[in-house]
Design a protein around this ligand. Structure first.
Ligand code: GPU
Length: 826
């Protein structure tokens, strides 16, 4: 150990932050924890040793934080989310601890590069897309803003599938992110709770002679806590992400075991553990899947039991629970929490209905993330009753009281009562989870101004009539640490130099860049940084797909889940139109473009998978055609995830945010692109509306119908075929597709897509087509004026500060959670 040199007294190996201490701890951990000699250690071994080195330093902060929160009896927000997409932890934690440079040096001493070790980390893919990533950004901001918070969720053994591409088609491969172990998590065997499933309920008299209910479940399962530290940036606070893993309860195995049925006992154990085995890969609810209902119930029940445990350990009565805890429901996935808290208070803690209900309603707040009617979660009454019989009773009782209240206020409106009911009785009966969430919460919010307005006007209209005061907007935000500092260090160094440091913790300071946007002398450097990121992406693309792209061309990028409402195929129609224009007129003066796509399709979503095939098919023809060879390229980056995203946003010139107005609740990729200096082409949808207001209409490429126009067109009977008939450019693009130009003459392949567009076109691509094409022409002209483009790019960055997740978390803290900062001292 001599070769690591002496350590000073104040620099213990376990927690010291100097290069010496880090270097020594790295070697210690490699030997004592990972169990490898330097001579045989792989990069993965070194990554793990380094992760343990960093975790040691985090633990120290985490324990101080828990201690302080406890001593000060701090009010805590619990974020209940079925999904988290935190991204790789190593780089993020080094940044938070402020030891990036020292660690780089320590790693160099063992002859390695820090960036290579960061690359070794597997993506924790515990979510589908925007909703899960938002939860991760909020945890980052909560810790940075020194707010006591716990993120609760599920520890899926298999996260979102890995996407491979085979002959242009998506192929799903299982994601075993835990295969090499997870050095960041701590399993907490002593923090575990049991949950029941199935069975029946019984009435009995308690010792006061009151009738009470007992749920006798058919089986029980245990959830065990797995904790990950979430350190704040530049502060000592470290919060917690607590994920539950399902395990078998011992008590249940004994019976079969003693009866000699060892295999039965083992089978039950395996069945129990199946519950947290895999994330559902759909960003819409899987109705009818019992396992999905149980997953939600498992993490919700364990989390609420955990909160009650923590609260009671603090010595205060249950009546004080809503003072100590506030629980945010991340969409309706955890909405069963409303019934579960009622059950725990009534059946376990012997509370009376009125006080339990009052307490419950002061505890929960609900965020809605979608207007899509098919995404509104509902559960068949039969399935519900089989799985959670006691919860169904409670929901029916909540419903009775609720509908009585509605009838009192609107005595002659039985239709209203039917619409508001927690039970949908229009056909087979269903529990409406969004209604349960609304009734059980003191706050209901949407995720962008337009979204919140549309919520109040459409899907939650009746609730808005009833309780307008509960509605509020919280426009989404993103972490400037992950999507700025970590993803694009060179740009961030320039920002710090020009606008001053400190913008990473206070993104409004990016405004200080604004006066510099007119200084032409910095344009070359701005462009050089962008070009460097484009070169790096080009290398990655070549490595992943074999396609060579020109970093000097315009990088026009659309990355997000594949969904018809997001309209990746509108983007493709533009590519086809442009391709055929260049073919007809080879002298056409247009900037060379590289179209980049990325995103996963839900495995059962046929049309989305066909869109992926379409992108590849068009790419195959365009990329090979010598007539347009150096002017157009189309690439699909496989397996889009947080790790890949960090390479992509910094390399973008143009950000495609082209959903049909009124469909995208907010979008957050739009913000990540703009923070990295991309200009947006977009509709007036979700947060695009507010982004455009902030960056200025002259620095945003707007096209398409407004949501009001969309509604009007739909009311007056939208006929996509008319658009097709009347627009020769559109007709040509669609005909090329239908005639098999991109499918080796196979006219059947894209038929479903073409038919849908011509006959139904739910997302009105044809209505927006011409406006989009015209707008892309404006983009082309703008791009060819490099100085003006650079100025617009700088202004986008300078004015994007409002979309920091720190801003929105502060709003949540002030307006919903009533949460104050708690400083942690070393
Ligand atoms: N979103 Br609901 C998801 O990613 N998954 C979901 O199940 C639901 C919503 C997204 C919205 O589509 C997107 O517009 C929004 O920016 C994001 O949630 C975060 O609010």
């Amino acid at each position: 150990m001599d070769e690591t040199g002496p350590l000073t007294e104040h620099e213990p190996t376990r927690t010291g932050l100097s290069v010496d201490a880090l270097h020594r701890a790295l070697l210690d951990n490699l030997f004592y924890v990972v169990g490898r000699f330097p001579a045989v250690a792989t990069r993965q071994d070194y990554y793990r040793a380094l992760a343990f080195t960093v975790r040691d330093r985090l633990l120290h902060r985490w324990l101080r934080t828990v201690q302080t929160y406890k001593e000060e009896r701090s009010r805590t927000v619990c974020y209940l989310s079925a999904e988290y997409l935190p991204g790789p932890q190593l780089g993020h934690n080094l940044l938070a601890l402020g030891i990036f440079d020292n660690t780089r040096e320590a790693v160099r001493r063992v002859g390695l590069e820090l960036d290579d070790l960061i690359e070794e980390e597997a993506e924790p893919g515990l979510g589908n897309g925007g909703l899960g990533r938002l939860a991760a950004c909020y945890l980052d901001s909560l810790a940075t803003l020194q707010r006591p918070a716990i993120g609760y969720g599920l520890r899926y053994e298999f996260g979102i599938f890995r996407q491979r591409i085979d002959n242009g088609w998506q192929v799903e491969v299982s994601d075993s992110w835990l295969r090499d172990g997870n050095p960041w998590e701590l399993r907490r065997p002593h923090i575990a709770f049991e949950i029941g499933l199935g069975g029946h309920t019984e009435r009995y008299l308690d010792h006061h002679g009151h009738t009470r209910v007992r749920w006798v479940p058919g089986e029980t399962i245990r959830g065990v806590a797995h904790d990950t530290a979430i350190p704040g940036y530049g502060v000592f606070n470290s919060n917690l992400l607590r994920l539950w893993a399902a395990e078998a309860t011992e008590s249940f195995d004994f019976g079969s075991f003693n009866a000699g049925d060892y295999q039965g006992a083992v089978r039950r154990k395996i069945r129990s553990e199946t519950i947290s085995r895999v994330l559902y890969p759909n960003d819409e609810p899987e109705t009818g899947k019992r396992l999905r209902l149980i997953q939600g119930y498992l993490f919700v029940s364990c989390s609420l039991q955990d909160m009650l445990r923590i609260h009671l350990a603090g010595g205060e009565g249950l009546d004080r629970f809503p003072q100590r805890f506030v629980v945010q429901l991340n969409d309706t996935h955890p909405a069963i929490a409303v019934a579960e808290l009622m059950r725990l208070l009534l059946d376990k803690h012997g509370m009376e209905w009125e006080s339990a209900w009052d307490l419950t309603r002061r505890t929960f707040a609900y965020t809605n993330h979608t207007l899509l009617p098919e995404a509104l979660e509902k559960w068949s009454l039969t399935l519900f009753e089989e799985t959670l019989p006691r919860h169904l009773e409670i929901i029916l009782e909540i419903n009775q009281y609720f509908l009585d209240e509605v009838r009192m206020r609107f005595p002659h409106d039985e239709a209203l009562t039917t619409r508001l009911s927690l039970i949908d009785e229009t056909g087979p009966r269903y529990v409406r989870m969004a209604h349960l969430a609304c009734v059980g919460s003191f706050s209901i919010n949407g995720v962008a101004r337009l979204h919140t307005a549309l919520l109040a006007d459409t899907v939650l209209r009746d609730f808005h009539t009833l309780w307008p005061e509960r509605f509020n907007n919280k426009t989404n935000g993103i972490s400037p640490r992950r999507f700025g500092n970590l993803s694009n260090p060179d740009l961030c160094a320039l920002l710090s130099r020009v606008a001053g440091p400190g913008w990473a913790a206070d993104a409004e300071r990016l405004r200080l860049l604004e006066p510099h946007a007119h200084r032409r002398e910095i344009y070359p450097e701005w462009r050089r940084i962008k070009l460097e990121r484009k070169r790096a992406l080009a290398r990655y693309v070549a490595d992943q797909t074999g396609i060579v792209v020109d970093p000097e061309s315009m990088f026009d990028i659309q990355v997000k889940r594949i969904h018809e409402y997001k309209r990746q195929h509108l983007n493709v129609l533009h590519i086809i139109a442009l391709y055929s224009r260049i073919k007809m007129d080879p002298t056409l003066d247009a900037a060379p473009r590289t179209f980049v796509f990325g995103g996963k399709a839900a495995p059962g979503y046929k049309m989305a998978k066909l869109i992926i095939k379409l992108i590849h098919s068009v790419g195959e023809v365009v990329n090979r055609d010598p007539a347009v060879r150096d002017r157009l390229r189309v690439v699909f980056v496989p397996d889009f995830n947080v790790k890949v995203a960090q390479r992509i946003y910094p390399a973008a010139d143009l950000s495609e945010q082209i959903s049909l107005a009124g469909m995208e609740a907010s979008g957050t990729g739009n913000m990540k692109f703009a923070l990295n200096g991309a200009l947006t082409i977009g509709t007036l949808d979700g947060a695009n509306v507010e982004i455009r207001e902030e960056v200025g209409a002259e620095n945003f490429f707007l096209f398409g119908l407004t949501s009001a126009e969309v509604q009007a067109r739909k009311r007056s009977g939208y006929c996509p075929y008319d658009c097709y008939r009347e627009n020769p450019v559109l007709r040509e693009a669609i005909d090329l597709l239908a005639d098999g130009l991109f499918s080796h003459g196979d006219r059947a392949l894209f038929r479903p897509l073409v038919d849908h567009l011509l006959q139904q076109d739910d997302y009105m691509l044809l209505a927006d087509f011409q406006s989009y094409i015209d707008c892309q022409d404006r983009v082309d002209r703008a791009f060819r004026d490099a100085d003006s483009w650079t100025r617009m790019s700088m202004l986008n960055v300078a004015r994007i500060g409002r979309f920091s997740s720190d801003r929105v978390v502060q709003e949540y803290c002030r307006e919903i959670w009533r949460l104050e900062p708690v400083t942690i001292r070393p």
